[in-house]
Ligand binder design. Structure first.
Ligand code: SAM
Ligand code: SF4
Length: 331
């Protein structure tokens, strides 16, 4: 069976937000005071998430990514990992994390069946990292990266959201990270998700900047095959480097035509796109695999052709104030 939308796109990838809670407050993702949290009793339990995964796998889902909020603040995440890893049909199981708690959890997660991690890191400077995340300690993330490498949660990818005036001058340092370690740095364009318009307009920078900077710094980016699970990244490498450089440009070169993703929010809504507000509760279908499978298809039948995010947008068709933040949708 395959999950195909009305534009012929095959969907085999489900991103699951396991919690809306987070131990950081990144400026592009949350307000300083955090977000209005979903009450605990409304968050999907592990057995409920598992039902959604099982029905998805029967319908054609092959890849799962755990995200959030911060997935590692959810108690006993390895238990969920182990259950999902055992679902027939699931071939890839990854996680996106801020890395703060990873050094403590990496071994257990690997044992439970997690294949690989993406670790978010927007600055290699201690003070700056704290400013961007509002509370984070760089040292903890660096320890998390080492733990991921040690445990073989590979390919280990580093997600860096490029922001003019905040971290754009660190592009060469991030490129150099790939030279001597098997790290795959993926630069990501800042997206206008949630009610962050003013910040967005101030800091958005198209990723062409990375290519120009690399060339100026004598580190030409040569196209190479992607490391596993590359998704929408265009992949390059500096000659002789151990790792790769990915460019993810949802704004300047959107990749909606090849989108293969669905999202499950922490409180159990299936969403077809980060941008559009349509969401469909899975709760009424729990306990009935056929109904859950039908829900996947219904979500896809309503999926839009593309998002409408652009640097010059006013509010567009979506009211940004009413949009879910990334932490609520699952980035
Ligand atoms: N807490 C985990 C983390 O930070 O990796 C997982 C959730 S976070 C929402 C997932 C990814 O979304 C992170 O790499 C983060 O940098 C990215 N993200 C959040 N808000 C963004 C925005 N406005 N534009 C681009 N990327 C964003
Ligand atoms: Fe938390 Fe990740 Fe959002 Fe940062 S990007 S506030 S770490 S959910």
């Amino acid at each position: 069976m395959a999950l195909i939308d009305s534009y012929g796109r095959k969907h085999d990838y489900l991103r699951i937000s396991v919690t809306d809670r987070c131990n950081l407050r990144c400026i592009y993702c949350m307000g300083e005071a955090g977000i209005k949290l979903i009450p605990h009793q409304e968050i999907l339990r592990y057995e409920e998430i598992l039902q959604v995964v099982e029905a998805g796998a029967a319908a054609g889902i092959r890849k799962i990514r755990l995200t959030g909020g911060e997935p590692l603040v959810r108690k006993d995440l390895a238990t969920l990992v182990e259950k999902i890893a055992g679902v027939k049909g699931i071939e890839d199981l990854a996680m996106t994390t801020n890395g703060v708690l990873l050094s403590r959890e990496a071994h257990r997660l690997k044992q439970a069946g997690l294949k690989r991690v993406n670790i978010s890191l927007d600055s290699l400077d201690r003070e700056r990292y704290k400013r961007i995340t509002r509370i984070g300690e760089l040292k903890h993330v660096l320890e998390g990266i080492e733990a991921a490498l040690r445990e073989g949660l590979a390919p280990v990818k580093i997600n860096m959201v490029l922001m003019k005036g905040l971290n754009h001058d660190e592009v060469p340092a991030f490129l150099k990270l790939t030279a001597t370690r098997p790290l795959h740095v993926r630069f990501i364009e800042y997206m206008p998700i949630g009610d962050h318009d003013r910040e967005y307009r101030r800091h958005y920078l198209p990723l062409e900047y990375v290519r120009e900077t690399a060339a100026r710094a004598g580190m030409p980016l040569i196209p190479v095959p992607s490391p596993g699970g590359a998704g929408p990244a265009e992949t390059f490498a500096i000659p002789g480097a151990q790792g790769t450089v990915g460019l993810i440009r949802p704004i300047s070169q959107h990749f909606c035509h090849s989108c293969n993703r669905l999202r499950l929010t922490a409180e159990g809504k299936l969403k077809a796109c980060l941008y559009w507000q349509d969401e469909h509760p899975v709760r009424p279908a729990l306990g009935d695999p056929a109904k859950l499978q039908a829900l996947y298809q219904k979500v896809l039948d309503l999926k839009a052709r593309e998002h409408h995010m652009s640097p010059g947008r006013k509010s567009g068709p979506v009211n940004p104030g009413a949009m879910r933040t990334m932490s609520k949708t699952g980035g």
